[in-house]
Write a protein that binds this ligand. Structure first.
Ligand code: ADE
Length: 226
């Protein structure tokens, strides 16, 4: 999969130089390119903001540099994502769907956003990472990219996705590692019993318990197999 990220702040994406995402790039499983929108500005001062028609507080990103930056990477197989608090709310299923694309382009908005015609011309999918407003699209783009890349074959170890939160409509069960006794608290006995059927049963029960406590909406949605 190839991902092009259009941004005014390419250095914000330093986290992609670490850990799993960095390894997947080095292995050639994924390709991530950072494109500085400012490099495309025809303004003599390289300005990339402009005033909104109709007035109001704040500025929009200028149309010309965003349009030209997009044109420079667009192919017939590209899907363009615009992270925005006005988008549809992101979740596990959307991450999985996005991971099926061979080329994604993210347009990171700044200031008050972008001209609506850019959204229409490039058929952008507007995605929100939650009901709050961030100062720009870089962090949301990182959240979306990090989570969808986990579904790209070869990025994670095989089997890592099968038992995690949301994979079966429930939150993941509690996990324990050594030492078996810590600060007066013991690992649940079933986990050291060696009885795999009982362990699976316990994990399912604990998943349901945790989901009821932290995300009862998931159970009401009827997505769990229970
Ligand atoms: N840009 C600013 N806030 C955002 C949000 N909640 N989701 C996606 N993009 C954003």
């Amino acid at each position: 999969m190839r991902i092009d990220i259009l941004t005014l702040f390419p250095e914000s994406f330093a986290p992609f130089k670490e850990s799993i995402i960095s390894r997947a790039q080095k292995a050639g499983t994924i390709e991530i390119n950072l494109i500085n929108i400012r490099d495309f500005s025809c303004d003599k001062h390289k300005r990339c903001d402009d005033t909104p028609f109709g007035g109001g507080a704040g500025m929009l990103m200028s149309v010309q540099p965003v349009f030209d930056a997009l044109k420079s990477v667009l192919t017939k197989n590209s899907k363009v994502i615009f992270p925005s608090p006005a988008g549809k709310v992101y979740n596990h299923q959307i991450a999985h769907q996005l991971a099926q694309n061979e080329h994604l382009i993210f347009v990171c908005g700044h200031y008050e956003g972008i001209d609506q015609r850019l959204i229409e011309i490039f058929d952008m999918e507007e995605i929100s990472i939650g009901d709050y407003v961030l100062t720009g699209g870089e962090i949301p783009a990182m959240v979306i990219i990090d989570s969808l890349l986990r579904f790209v074959p070869g990025v994670l170890k095989e089997g890592s996705l099968t038992e995690e939160s949301f994979s079966n409509g429930l939150l993941e069960y509690p996990q324990y590692t050594r030492p078996q006794s810590f600060e007066g608290l013991d690992v649940p006995a079933v986990l050291v019993s060696g009885n795999h059927a009982e362990i699976a049963k316990w994990r399912k029960q604990e998943s349901i318990k945790k989901t009821k406590k932290n995300r009862p909406d998931l159970l009401e949605g009827g997505k769990s197999e229970n």
